[in-house]
Design a protein around this ligand. Structure first.
Ligand SMILES: Cc1ncc(COP(=O)(O)O)c(C=O)c1O
Length: 427
């Protein structure tokens, strides 16, 4: 039998089995939607308690670190586990499940499925863009000093590898226009790329992405958004944001399984981001030696065997957020952050670093106090109160970050304020 014929037969047999298992899985094993009561504005906490009940997160633990790692919601974990189990019945990878997940993820992010690549985390998405955008030595890339290592390291690495020049701006906590002005002030005819965090990791500043996109378009610069802290915190549409590319983690505010991430590259710019890591599934090459034809879609950035079950879990986590209501989630996170802010403002000597301006903030609140070193405060909250915040050592801010999301409650926020107040008072 010729190589081609054997390959064809093998592919057909495996493909048919995969499709059969896949369709069984979609039809029979799709986990039941988590039951949530109808939202009643007169009794909102009844609804939010039902949301909280969907998380396996321990009840005696107060978790304010979604910005680091978001707890997964049970329907997402069930979808991933059930998919894994079903795929294991015939030892299949389940790649045929990716198309449905891709459509769901595209819908959630306001993009087309052809613009979505599944990656392992936000860092991988950022790194694919940094390595793939065509740049020459001396070309300039602008990003903020508060960029997370997952956003900054890929560009600093390109500085080493390709001699690109990185230029940094300090985020303006006072004014959206100030952030735009700081970027514009750094732009020169050599500026090829502007990258910002949609929401900055250390202090939760929301950067004015639409305005930055407009300036980048006028000046011909590539605009990449690191959305690790925004996707799942509040709703937006990537097509409306008008960026060229965007990357996010699935395992933070979306509440998907670990090692899920998404890279978006605008459809008409796909050829401007070289696929630097490729393999099976990135394209077609029927016979060696031969020419590799990359996939015409963002699938070109995917390669090798994937964890389809985790990606199915990611889509389910998004579906859960849609059932809760994405605007409702954003408003809840904000209201809880505002509650913590109001409580902290009554504690003498406590400084809040996250802007008060609602245009510039979301569901993150970062604070510090001279009364006790930030790392000691972090330790006391964990040890004495089972409250998990996140220490912020970046840029020597020496602060603590509080992320408030849909599973948190006003009672937990009150407990945090009371604990900080007590620790500060007795320090
Ligand atoms: C803005 C930002 N970018 C990137 C990352 C890295 O995310 P991941 O671990 O999913 O790569 C983080 C993580 O906190 C972040 O806040």
């Amino acid at each position: 039998m010729s190589f081609d014929r054997r390959t064809f037969l093998t592919r057909t047999a495996l493909g048919a089995a995969g499709l059969a298992a896949g369709s069984r899985l979609q039809a029979a094993d799709k986990p039941a939607a988590a039951a949530l009561p109808t939202f009643d504005a007169a009794q909102p906490e009844t609804f939010w308690r039902a949301v909280r009940a969907q998380y396996p997160l321990a009840q005696d633990f107060i978790y304010f670190n979604t910005g680091g790692l978001g707890p997964s919601v049970q329907p997402a974990l069930t979808a991933a586990a059930e998919t894994t189990r079903t795929l294991q019945l015939r030892s299949e990878h389940g790649h045929n499940l990716l198309a449905g997940a891709r459509a769901a993820v595209a819908r959630f992010l306001g993009a087309d499925p052809e613009e979505i690549a599944f990656v392992r985390n936000a860092t991988e998405g950022n790194a694919i863009v940094a390595a793939g955008v065509k740049l020459a030595a001396g070309d300039e890339v602008i990003f903020e000093t508060h960029a997370h290592p997952g956003g900054s390291f890929p560009w600093v690495n390109q500085e080493k590898l390709r001699g690109v020049k990185t230029k940094l701006f300090e985020p303006d906590p006072a004014d959206a226009a100030g952030n735009l002005a700081r970027i514009v002030a750094l732009m020169t005819p050599r500026t090829r790329v502007v990258q910002v965090s949609h929401v900055t990791a250390p202090t939760g500043i929301v950067l004015p992405t639409r305005e930055i996109a407009r300036v980048c378009r006028e000046r011909g610069a590539w605009f990449h958004i690191d959305g690790a802290q925004s996707a799942g915190m509040f709703p937006f549409s990537l097509h409306e944001l008008d960026c060229d590319s965007f990357a996010t983690s699935g395992h933070k505010w979306i509440g998907g399984p670990l090692e899920t991430g998404v890279l978006y590259v605008r459809r008409n710019r796909l050829d401007d981001v070289a696929a630097t890591l490729v393999g099976a599934y990135s394209g077609e090459l029927d016979f060696l030696p031969g020419d590799l034809r990359l996939a015409p879609t963002a699938i070109r950035y995917e390669y090798g065997t994937r964890n389809a079950a985790a990606i199915v879990g990611l889509a389910e986590a998004m579906s859960f957020q849609e059932r809760v209501g994405r605007e409702r989630i954003a408003a809840r996170g904000r209201a809880l952050a505002a509650q913590v802010r109001a409580g902290f403002e009554r504690i003498p000597g406590l400084e809040i670093l996250t802007p008060r301006n609602p245009e510039l903030n979301g569901s993150i609140l970062t604070f510090r106090t001279r009364a006790i070193p930030y790392d000691k405060l972090f330790g006391r909250l964990m040890k004495d109160y089972s409250i998990r915040c996140r220490p912020v050592s970046e840029q020597k801010l020496d602060a603590l970050r509080v992320s408030t999301h849909l599973f948190n409650s006003p009672t937990e926020c009150a407990a945090l304020v009371e604990a900080v107040e007590k620790i500060v008072r007795t320090a």
